[in-house]
Ligand binder design. Structure first.
Ligand code: NDP
Length: 359
């Protein structure tokens, strides 16, 4: 993109202007601790990361957050996480009128900074957790090495997209394409409208069932003649009077300038193409947790690649490494649950550091 994150969501600057996009007014210092080892280093800047930062900062743990750099992977990945790609958030408590996703993330960040959180506009690209409890060593995208007693991994998960140009454009501009029906499905734009869900798994069924409450008709578009979803979830959806499945179809294009007006479908058996007029498209073809950079560190993952946590704790199998938010949660994936997990991780880190005489 040629621009770097400058310690404030929506603030991008030329990399030549300042290392790490930091500046004194952002409260960013070159090194946050007297012994050169961070007490708490947080990777990721969604609701989990910022909440962990707020709690850690208020506990005088002087946290630093690596917010990441914007990239395409294959859809857009931004500091601030998935909420940066959402328009209105209506289900986060405390915002009775709703709030725009990016604005909410800016407020999270402001709150974390208010208590002295330092913010670095880089990715963590490599982690060495081999010492299992002694300071961990991490490498940044800027080529630096940092050490931290406690590391909170809150890098989130990214929704998988079809990868169509018009799909990505309308998703980024609030044009009626979304990867989260629970986040966006109840918005007025979709009420009493015909909408479509792509995918045949449990997520697609769950999202499609949820949408039947608001939309006049919900068409699930699936590329095969058999759903992958569990029987119970299939039946829950198919029992709705406004539900249908379009079998053996893939979406090959999305129509509409500012708002979606329809999709182009291709039959996977006959190859025939036809248009379907819809006012919303929900892509539910799975998520990918952002764990690539920690795959070979000795951390444990579940079969789908999510970071494995101990029951009712943010602790991983490695001492001093904690997980929070969607990177370790395939099930709920909500902003409010991620924030709660960020809180848990900061409290667990505080407890861990306290036991080592470092808090
Ligand atoms: P899944 O991987 O289970 O399903 C993804 C679906 O998307 C599949 O039907 C797949 O088709 C389809 N798909 C993948 N790529 C494409 C593509 N490029 N174009 C068109 N279709 C595509 O992911 P889910 O998110 O549904 O579920 C993930 C896990 O979470 C599962 O274990 C699931 O059981 C669990 N889950 C549980 C829930 C619950 O119990 N309440 C709710 C939601 C999820 P195909 O079938 O042909 O491969």
């Amino acid at each position: 993109m040629g621009l770097e994150y400058a310690g404030g969501i929506g603030r991008w600057q030329d990399p030549a202007i300042g290392r790490n996009g930091s500046s004194p007014e952002d409260g960013v210092s070159e090194n946050g601790s007297s012994d050169g080892v961070e007490k708490v280093l947080i990777i990721g800047s969604g609701p989990a990361g910022w909440t962990a930062a707020i709690y850690a900062a208020r506990a005088s743990l002087d946290p630093v957050v690596y917010v990441g750099v914007p990239k395409q992977d294959p859809g857009p990945v931004l500091p601030g996480g998935q909420l940066m790609l959402t328009t209105e958030v209506e289900n986060y408590p405390g915002f009775p009128e709703g709030v725009q996703g990016p604005e909410m993330m800016m407020k999270f960040e402001e709150q974390a900074k208010r208590f002295g959180t330092r913010v670095i506009g880089e990715d963590i690209t490599e982690c060495d957790f081999s010492t299992d409890g002694s300071p961990h060593t991490l490498r940044t995208s800027g080529g630096q090495t940092v050490r931290a007693h406690a590391v909170i991994i809150s890098t989130g998960a990214t929704a998988n997209w079809l990868g169509l140009e018009n799909e990505m454009r309308l998703a980024q501009t609030g044009g009626g394409v979304s990867a989260c029906a629970v986040c966006d499905g109840a918005l007025p734009a979709f009420r009493d409208q015909h909408v479509a869900v792509v995918g045949g798994g449990d997520t697609a069924m769950e999202e499609a069932t949820y949408l039947t409450k608001f939309a006049s008709k919900v068409s699930v578009i699936h590329r095969r003649d058999e759903l992958r979803a569990s029987k119970v979830m299939q039946e829950r959806f198919l029992s709705k009077p406004n539900a249908e499945v379009l079998w053996n179809k893939t979406v090959v294009d999305v129509h509409g300038e500012e708002k979606i007006s329809g999709v182009r479908l291709k039959d996977t058996v006959t190859g025939e193409e036809a248009d379907l007029g819809v006012k919303g498209l929900f892509v539910a073809i799975g998520h990918t947790p952002a764990t690539k950079f920690i795959r070979d560190t000795g951390l444990e993952f579940d079969d789908a690649g999510y970071l494995e946590l101990k029951t009712r704790s943010s602790a991983t199998n490695i001492q001093g490494v904690f997980g929070a938010g969607d990177v370790s949660d395939a099930q709920y994936r909500q902003a409010v649950t991620a924030a709660g997990m960020g809180c848990q991780a900061a409290l667990d880190a505080e407890h861990y550091l306290g036991a080592k005489g470092l808090a």
